[in-house]
Structure formats: structure tokens, C-alpha cells
Design a protein around this ligand. Structure first.
Ligand SMILES: C[S@@+](CC[C@H](N)C(=O)[O-])C[C@H]1O[C@@H](n2cnc3c(N)ncnc32)[C@H](O)[C@@H]1O
Length: 275
């Protein structure tokens, strides 16, 4: 794994531009079994189970930070009847999300907006019963600030669920760090860091669950699906991108199998006062 300098340029917009093509849909079915429009390590079964922890009802307002193409937000809105708000830095992602909501007849139940989560959220205090953020927090510059913003927009007793695939649990080389960061800025943290930062932000940790197994399985299936569709992918992604992506997935699998990097799911509750 020496040539890591050529790994730039497989950022999220590249995927979102092709997200709704028949090839991308076919590959998601091969990778996830159930295609709910995710672009992450989220397994629909895990999500269905985890979402119960948010205690959503049709009266709830749910915020999805880094909603990407809106698959997960539309899935949860469809499942619970709650109202959803999705924010993402990528305009291409927000376009995909809007198309998806419309195709599912959920446009009236959702608000979608381009926003940078490294900045204060463009949302009022105490305006959500629940916040979720799936495989996004690792990209943010300052978790303390991001979690404080979550605490601000949650109602007292509101819940925050997120996953983080960048928990360093063993030795990791500089080449591996570069390979693992191909989607842009990635902040790697030690075990316990998220729990402490949540508590400091006024969010009581209710549960942490190791979700590394889903990541391992999804990364391996993604590699296999990409290999099966190599010719079509090389045509759309351009020269070199195919190998770069396979090396990234190989790195993700290797780190997880070696016990050097974990993906964790966290649920916390706001203890902020109503005033
Ligand atoms: C792995 S994708 C996950 C998307 C979605 N949560 C899902 O599971 O399908 C990470 C998302 O985080 C978004 N993101 C990264 N940095 C961000 C930032 N500073 N502000 C807002 N969104 C950001 C990316 O655009 C991308 O859509």
C-alpha cells in the first residue's frame, strides 16, 4: 500500500451523481440485500432495531445530520410517520434526497437543506425530539461543537443516535490512515472519546453497541460487487478510480479484521432544561 497520494478525488459527490442509476441500484441490492438508499455501513436490520431507541411517533420531529441521498431519513419517516429534516454539505446529495422523498410520496413530511455541520446548525433551539447521524461524525472538525449543537436543537429528554466508524482500537499505519481518509477529512478517535464528549455537551449516554461486524460484511460485499461490475464501473468512474476504491475497501476490511478500528453506535439523551 504505497501509492496513497493518488487517492484524492473519490469524494461523496462522485457517488451521488450516479446514485440513482440502474447499476448503482443493482449494486446496492447485492451489497445490502435491502436497498434503502443508504450510502454508508448501515444495514437496514440494524437501523430498524436501533431506531426503536429514538422513541419516535408520528408527532416527532427527527433531524438527520449528513443525510446524504436521504435513504435512511425516508426509511425512518416512512416507518414511523414522523416529520424529517435532512442536512448535508453536498448539494448533489440533497438533490438525490429530494428525488427520493418525492418518489415515495414523502415530500410533505420532509425538509432538506444544504448545510455545513462544522458551522452552527441553521435550526432553532429545542426543535427536535430526535437527531440521528449515520457515519458522518468522523468527518467533522470539532465534535464538541457538533454535539453542543445537537444538545441545543434537541428538546429536553430528546435522543441522539449516531455511528462512528473511526474508533482506533489498535495499531494503524500512516498509509492506512491515508487510505481510510479518501472521502475527505476524517478524524480518528480513541475508545471513550465520544462518550466523554457527549457527556460534556449535556448528552447522557444510554447505550453503545459495537457495529464493526456490519461494516466488515458490507465492505467485503461492496468489494465483491464492484469486482463483479468492474467493466461498467471503469467506464463510468474513469481510469484508476476502480483500483483506488478497491484499495480503500481492502483497508477498511483489514483494519476491522485486525481489531485496529471499530465502528460503534451511540445513543444518548439530552438532559438540558426546558428554559
Ligand atoms: C458516509 S455518507 C453517509 C450518508 C447517510 N447518512 C447514509 O448513511 O446514507 C457521509 C455524509 O456526510 C456528509 N458530510 C461530510 N462532511 C459534512 C459536513 N461538514 N457537513 C454536512 N455534511 C457532511 C457527506 O456529504 C456525506 O453525504
Amino acid at each position: 500500500m504505497n501509492d496513497t497520494t493518488s487517492l484524492q478525488g473519490i469524494g461523496y459527490d462522485t457517488f451521488y451523481a450516479l446514485f440513482d442509476t440502474p447499476l448503482a441500484q443493482q449494486m446496492r441490492r447485492e451489497v445490502y440485500g435491502k436497498d434503502i438508499g443508504q450510502h454508508s455501513w448501515v444495514d437496514a436490520q440494524d437501523l430498524e432495531q436501533d431506531i426503536g431507541r429514538l422513541q419516535l411517533s408520528s408527532a416527532s420531529r427527527l433531524l438527520d445530520l449528513g443525510c446524504g441521498p436521504g435513504g435512511l431519513l425516508s426509511f425512518v419517516v416512512g416507518l414511523t410517520g414522523c416529520r424529517g429534516t435532512g442536512l448535508d454539505l453536498s448539494a448533489a446529495a440533497i438533490d438525490c434526497a429530494a428525488t427520493r422523498m418525492a418518489s415515495l410520496g414523502l415530500t410533505d413530511c420532509a425538509t432538506l437543506q444544504v448545510a455545513d455541520l462544522d458551522e452552527p446548525l441553521p435550526l432553532d433551539r429545542h426543535s427536535f425530539e430526535a437527531v440521528m447521524s449515520l457515519d458522518v461524525i468522523l468527518h467533522l472538525r470539532n465534535r464538541s461543537q457538533a454535539f453542543a449543537e445537537v444538545a441545543r436543537v434537541l428538546v429536553p429528554g430528546g435522543r441522539f443516535l449516531f455511528t462512528d466508524a473511526a474508533i482506533v482500537t489498535g495499531p494503524v499505519s500512516d498509509d492506512e490512515i491515508r487510505l481510510r481518509s479518501v472521502h475527505g477529512r476524517t478524524n480518528f478517535v480513541p475508545p471513550g472519546f465520544n462518550e466523554r464528549t457527549l457527556e460534556q455537551a449535556g448528552l447522557r449516554v444510554l447505550a453503545t453497541i459495537d457495529r464493526t461486524e456490519s461494516l466488515k460484511a458490507i465492505a467485503a460485499r461492496r468489494q465483491a460487487a464492484r469486482l463483479a461490475h468492474r467493466t461498467e464501473l471503469e467506464r463510468v468512474e474513469g481510469p484508476g478510480a476502480f483500483d483506488r476504491h478497491q484499495r480503500y475497501l481492502d483497508c477498511v476490511c483489514t483494519l476491522a479484521r485486525r481489531g485496529a478500528m471499530a465502528r460503534m453506535m451511540y445513543v444518548s439523551e439530552s438532559w438540558g432544561s426546558a428554559h
